[in-house]
Ligand binder design. Structure first.
Ligand code: ACO
Ligand code: OAA
Length: 392
């Protein structure tokens, strides 16, 4: 009996002193929203396989699934999409902030401040009820694409691309950024963007979502949690990687230069952006899906340059490092073919990931426990304090 108690106590101590750098492999909470699994079950949002969602859903259906907890009926989808559409405008203080922007700023910095301003001006700012948090989440799905497009226009110069705020989420977003697109190519691009938004919507306890949950766990407001999330997403080890991949493909320029470029990068011990993943060591199921769309767009655009550069890098990274592409890699190819500027890659990630972030903030609020882990102390051992006049 004593032995059992002793073993239990030892396990408890090990549990409390266990340390995993970067929290690798640590279960830091429970969630019903998304299952990230390299095994047979693959990636699922609330039980639905990512491949089925990407093949059959609109982004709005997936946003409803993540935020409300179930796929919408036709009537529910209509109401939900209409609510998003009616929020495609920015409050005056945000418009005035955007008027102060000058070229040279990083779009993610502007977005972070814009998110904070949207919180300050939100009509439900002081209401933390679940109903209000859902209203705010849906409002953001209308506002953030307008913020992204308007910010880009101010930084890159030029007139508003469109004043037409009708249409589905992907169609509207593409129109805001690159203008009206028609024909087979236009519909293939809208479809590819819709799929990329679905793939980007949610991924369990990734760094930006965890950041949002840590922030929300203090019982602060939704926009505060999302401001932290935007700041976290910007980093090149996380969401910023998609912009870095686009810049890398542009820098390489031609398929003939790809092999020597990547070999030099590896010889210099540089990380090649868009490869590797903290959890998905055998490959990212989302990458295969977006790769199909990138390949299709290459054919329709009669422009195989980006896809060929990417496939060369992909081949060499597998042979030399055993690393496979993550979602960001072939997404960059698809975005370049849609004429989406590299610097808009991470802001587009934001437009989609709002859904995952908001779903996680709501889940955190429903079962809240302050997130406050411990640190293992590695500083100096106790020492004697010297008053200022005795220090030399
Ligand atoms: C949507 C997303 O956020 S997906 C992630 C997007 N980020 C990127 O694409 C950035 C590039 N990738 C990386 O930096 C990493 O793979 C991460 C940060 C995503 C995951 O990293 P970790 O799980 O911490 O793996 P870790 O950093 O320990 O790498 C393990 C080994 O693989 C190497 N490695 C990992 N990724 C890469 C890469 N992209 N290029 C070259 N080598 C790499 C590391 O150098 C390390 O090698 P070593 O053991 O010889 O030192
Ligand atoms: O899960 C992660 O660490 C990163 C990622 O793929 C995502 O956020 O989509």
């Amino acid at each position: 009996m004593n032995e059992v108690i002793h073993e239990q106590a030892a396990a408890k101590v090990a549990h409390h002193t266990g340390y995993s750098p970067g929290l690798e492999g640590v279960i830091a909470g429970e969630s019903e929203i998304c299952q990230v699994d390299e095994g047979d079950s693959g990636l699922r949002y609330r039980g639905y396989a990512i491949g089925d969602l990407a093949d059959w859903s609109s982004f709005e259906e997936v946003a409803h699934l993540l935020l409300v907890g179930r796929l919408p009926t036709g009537t529910e989808l209509h109401t939900f999409s209409d609510l998003i559409m009616r929020n495609r405008q920015l409050p005056d203080p945000v418009e005035r902030f955007l008027e102060t922007l000058r070229p040279g700023l990083h779009q993610m910095d502007v977005l972070r401040t814009g998110m904070s301003l949207l919180g300050m001006t939100d009509p439900d700012a002081q209401d933390a009820s679940p109903e209000s948090t859902l209203r705010k989440s849906i409002r953001l799905l209308g506002q953030v694409p307008c913020l992204v497009a308007e910010c880009h226009r101010r930084l890159a110069g030029g007139q508003p691309v469109t004043r037409d705020h009708s249409g589905g989420f992907a169609e509207h977003l593409l129109r805001l950024i690159v203008g009206e697109l028609r024909g087979e190519l236009g519909s293939a691009m809208t479809q590819a963007l819709n799929v990329s938004l679905i793939l980007y919507a949610e991924h369990e306890f990734n760094a930006s979502t965890f950041s949002a949950r840590v922030t929300a766990s203090t019982l602060t407001d939704l926009h505060g949690a999302l401001t932290a999330a935007v700041a976290t997403l910007k980093g090149p080890l996380h969401g910023g990687a998609n912009e870095a991949v686009a810049s890398m493909l542009i820098e390489i320029g031609t398929p003939e230069r790809a092999e020597s470029w990547v070999r030099n990068a590896l010889a210099s011990k540089h990380r090649v952006m868009g490869f590797g993943h903290r959890v998905l060591k055998q490959g990212d199921a989302r990458s295969t899906i977006i790769q199909r769309h990138a390949e299709r767009l290459s054919r329709l655009c009669h422009d195989g340059r980006w896809y060929d550069i990417a496939s060369t890098i992909d081949r060499i990274m597998l042979v030399e490092k055993g690393l496979r592409p993550n979602l960001d890699f072939y997404t960059a190819v698809a975005y370049l073919l849609m004429s989406i500027p590299a610097e808009l890659s991470t802001p587009l990630f934001v437009c989609s990931r709002i859904t995952g972030w908001c779903a996680h903030v709501m889940e955190q609020q429903q079962h809240n426990r302050l997130i406050r882990p411990r640190a293992r102390y590695t500083g100096p051992s106790p020492r004697t304090y010297e008053p200022l006049h005795r220090r030399i």
